[in-house]
Design a protein around this ligand. Sequence first.
Ligand code: PMP
Length: 363
Amino acid sequence: MRVINFNPGPAAMPLPALERARDELLDFQGSGMSIMEHSHRGKVYEAVHDEAIALLTQMLDIPATHQVVFLTGGAHQQFAQVPMNFLTPAHPSADYFLTGGWSEKALEEARFYGTPRVAITTQGPDKRYTRVPTQAELRVDPSAAYVHFTSNNTLFGTQWHTFPEVGDVPLVADMCSDFLWRKFDVSRFALLYAGAQKNLGPSGVTVVVASKEFMARGRQDIPKVFRYSVHAENNSLYNTPPTLAIYLARNVLAWIRDLGGLDAVERRNREKAALLYAALDRHAGFYRAPVERDSRSAMNAVFYLPTEALDATFAAEALKAGMAGLKGHRSVGGIRASLYNAVSVEDVRALVSFMDHFVKTHG
Ligand code: PMP
């Protein structure tokens, strides 16, 4: 029996994408072998690879100036690869907007390659982050090689609902935990990256969407395997890509298409977030949601019960009721409900009715 899965990532996969994988696992389209047994240079795999790229390109309306690239190494590799490619002796600095633990880690890696600057931080005196900055607070160094920000802060449950305006400086985003939660204007980004394991598929593949011109400007004096331009020129087949993860991402993308595309996904996601935050507001004397209203994440809702013991009881009783993955991140505690694309409105209704009941029995 499958449970309702509120895991923060790796996270719930859409059931039709898994069922399709199950049905095709042993004999992919009459080829007599599983997709993971095919050569990455063969026609059978290449069709899957190109379909995944085409589906993504269509649903995000990715302009011809930009390209989808599949890499490995997760967001952690991107934390290093971005500065490795784009910090140069002429442009040793980049601006980082700090809004949580992941942007801090991205900054740390940039220090190996240049002199990145903290353009703003929203860290509070208790070391926590409960909001993203407003546009009025942002001051960007016009000579920065790029600006880096994290579009959704998975640990703290904050999200940029309007992307920052940074003038002519290339905009780079870590979109790990809200990529594909809705459609957005890709052309505003020089480069964005996301590990697949939230909205796109299993872990193992990282999707990069970047301007071709920007990738071409990357350093040529670094190993080829770290150059975006090399992977872009080779249609992400420079080395052996994570074929199974890309195949599963293809299944997830086909599921999004069949659901009605990203507009339908966004409607579902907004309805889910509205239901959950309404429950938190309804019981504000019991559940404490620390994030400022305008910064609330539609993907990760973080909240605290009156005591740590009650946090633990909540997560344990929820698990007994068939809802997994609600324990908060070890660094911040509390409860976190991750509402990625594969989580349905009905799943969130089940959580909300559990929350209502929990207040009655423990409030
Ligand atoms: N950035 C964000 C916003 C994340 O949510 C995560 C993972 N939860 C990471 C980076 C790190 O991803 P990985 O472990 O795949 O490198």
